[in-house]
Every structure is written in C-alpha cells, then in structure tokens.
Design a binder for this molecule. Sequence first.
Ligand code: FAD
Length: 433
Amino acid sequence: MAWDFSTEPEFQRKLDWMAGFVRELVWPIETVFDELGHDGFERAIAPLREEVKERGLWAAHLPPELGGQGFGQVKLGLMHEILGSTPYAPFVFGCNAPDSGNAEIIALAGTPEQRERWLEPLLAGDLRSAFSMTEPDTAGSDPTLLATRAVDDGDAWVLDGHKWFSSNGSVADFLIVMAVTDPDAQPHRRASMFVVPADTPGVRIVRDVATMEQPADHFGRIGGHAEIVYEGVRVPKDALLGARGAGFLIAQQRLGPGRIHHCMRWLGVSRRAFDMLCERAVSRYAHGSLLADKQTVQNWVADSAAQMQAARLMTLHAAWRIDTDGAAAARQEIALIKFYGAGVLHDVVDRALQAHGALGYSTDLPLEAMYRYARAARIYDGPDEVHRQSVARRILSGYEPPPGGVPSEHVPARRALARERFAALLEAVTSND
Ligand SMILES: Cc1cc2nc3c(=O)[nH]c(=O)nc-3n(C[C@H](O)[C@H](O)[C@H](O)COP(=O)(O)OP(=O)(O)OC[C@H]3O[C@@H](n4cnc5c(N)ncnc54)[C@H](O)[C@@H]3O)c2cc1C
C-alpha cells in the first residue's frame, strides 16, 4: 500500500516556520503597501528575502542546478498554500507570478547564453519579467487565433502586434512575447516565443488596464496588467526562445505546474477567509442567537470545509501526478483543479463576506479584495468553461454508444440476461414455491 497523506517531519518543520514568518512579517505589509510605493516595498522585503535565502527556501520551483531547491510539485504546492495567504509572500520567496513561470520557461527552453543573461538575474530578483500573450482583439481562450506576427528579416525578427493583460508588463525589464512565426503550419505549431527587452524601440506600454482588482488608474506598479503595442520591434535572432513553432508546447509545460501553484495559493486565501467566517459566526449575535447557531451559517462552514478539503486533495494529487508521471500525463487532473479550485475560492470568500454584512463589503476587511481577486481566477490561465470542456472531452472519449442504442444499464435487458444465467436456480426456486 503506497497511499500516504502525511508530510515528512523535516519538511513540515519548514512549513511551520514559513507559516509563522508569513503571518508575522509579511501580512502587515498588506496594510501599508500603497504608502510604501514600489521602492519602499522593495526595501521592506529585502531583509525578509535574505532570511528566506539563508533558510534555503528561495526560488524553490527550480532544480538545484538552476539555483532553486528542486522541491517537486507536492512540496511546492504545500509551500504555496502558505505563501498564497497574502499577495506579497511569493515576492519574498522568489516565486511570484509571472517571474517564476517565466524563469521555468527560460530554464526549459533557453540557451546557455539566454539563461545567463535573463534567468540568473531573474532568480536573483534583479530583473522583472512579464508574459505577453493575450490580445484584446482575438480570443485568449483559443490562442491558435493569435494575430501578433514575428517576421524573419535577415539578422533579426520583427514583431508587430497588440497585447494586453501582460501582468507586470509596465514594471518588467523584459517581456516573453508569443507571436506567430509560421502562419501556414498546423495551428499548434504556428507560434514562437521571444525574449524582448522592455526598452527595445517599438515596444509601447500603453497603460495598466484598470480592473476589478485595481479599479483606480495606476501606471507602473507591481500587479498591473499592461496593454502593450509592438510596432516594428526588431530583436536579434537569438531572442527566439526554444525552437521556432514551439511556443504552445513550451506554454503548456509552463502552465501545468503553474496551475498547481495557483490552486494552492487560492487555498491559502480560502483558509484565511474561512477563519474569518468562523470567527464571525461565533461572535455576531442576531435574532436571538449567534450566527454559529443558525443552520444556514452552519451549512456555510461545513460546505466550505468540505470543498476546501476536496480541492486540497485534488490539487495535491495533481501535483503528485506531475512529480510521478510528468505534466503531460497530468493534464486532466490539472484542468479539474483549475476550474474546481477557482470555484471553491469564490464560494468560500463569498460566504465569509456575506457573514460580515456591511463590514465584509467594506475595505475595513480584506474580504472585498479577496472577492475581486477570486473573480479573476475563473478567467486567467484558461476560463472555467475551457477547462470543463477539456475534461469532459477526455472523459467522453473513453465512452462509446451501447450496442443497438440500448443503455448498458437498461434493467429489462439486464434482467433477461440474468434470467438466462440463473435459469437453473430460478427454476428451482419456482418449483419450491
Ligand atoms: C488577472 C488577470 C491576469 C492575466 N495575466 C495575463 C498575463 O500575464 N499574460 C497574458 O498573456 N494574459 C494574461 N491574462 C489574460 C488571460 O489569460 C485571458 O483573459 C484568458 O485566456 C481568456 O481570454 P480572453 O480574455 O480573450 O477571453 P475570451 O477568449 O474572449 O473568452 C471569453 C469567454 O468566452 C467563454 N468561452 C471561451 N471558450 C469557451 C468554450 N470553449 N466553451 C464555452 N465558453 C467559452 C468563457 O466564458 C470566456 O470567459 C490575464 C487575465 C486576468 C484576468
């Protein structure tokens, strides 16, 4: 029997340390982030980063030969559950999106020169990056429709296109841009990835798109989602990342583990919202009893606990599958948790917010921000509907129509067969009567 749901004691000690460290030293940053500004934030987290590095927990998503810890997805998942409790902890641990995923892309597909130029400073926290794929004018959920082009022009590639929602694009030193290089190839072999320094002539950062998460106009802040126009952007031939036409393949390899990290981070947020729900339930009194005594609220608590437990086990199982069989073999498990996990996050935060009434809706609690964050989870890295479709297609491909169109479980047909099989017994029973 190999089923085992325990965590090695040595790693559990690391997790326990992380939980205390994040809660005591990183959560407080949330309340003063806007006052600190970009530089103040960097200065505030610098000593924390040093401590994380000393403990060997920096950039744990990469293998040791690339400066990471090589934890594998299960351990990383458990770690992200803790780091996800606040948006700032991943920055302190060198595994914030999109830099961590971009580092994985360069580690996976980059040449030794590209790794030296981009990966090493990215891992050291000296550079910032963005992943620039989604376009305002084509459906991001079907990237075979990408319109951005990269044309081979002698000693250079020339990029033209219009992107948006390139997270961190306005503070990035370089952008990983997905562009069509081979428009006549098979749909999934048309696009390639390029490393484009943000100061290359022709790269125009138009704005950070104001969103539900950041409704006020801001420009050049961490977590912004940049709209970017690429106009005649010339990059040298060695800007191509991986093989020509391999853009989708590389993106898939990056997105699989990234979704595990997202889901575990969402559980970190869910857990925090859940604790608020329970604290409110045992303290708010209305209509003759505490909220904790009302069945609706009890249902919220029980349903949230069940959903979080299910999402956690599903996500850790998907992580284990990646560690055991590779990301490609775990596609179904990953798609399942992407939409299921996003739904759990949404439901738990929604219930906690509701239980707090006006206070939950106000910015005096972090629930309204969590709610806005939760809404985006159902869209980025593939909308719910696409993952559901992919799961359903895979499952349905294992089924065929029954012979003659009669359902396999049709009771009269099964009964007729059973009567044949047990004819002798039935005969005996009848004659005994
Ligand atoms: C907070 C946030 C951060 C992001 N960060 C990045 C980033 O760093 N880099 C980047 O390149 N992109 C990023 N994105 C963009 C994101 O990847 C896209 O929004 C996503 O892929 C969906 O593409 P779209 O917005 O063009 O929606 P569309 O493709 O136009 O889809 C719209 C809707 O159509 C429906 N739909 C689509 N396909 C199906 C289907 N098969 N069946 C049923 N319904 C369907 C879904 O409801 C879907 O939500 C980010 C988005 C958000 C919200």
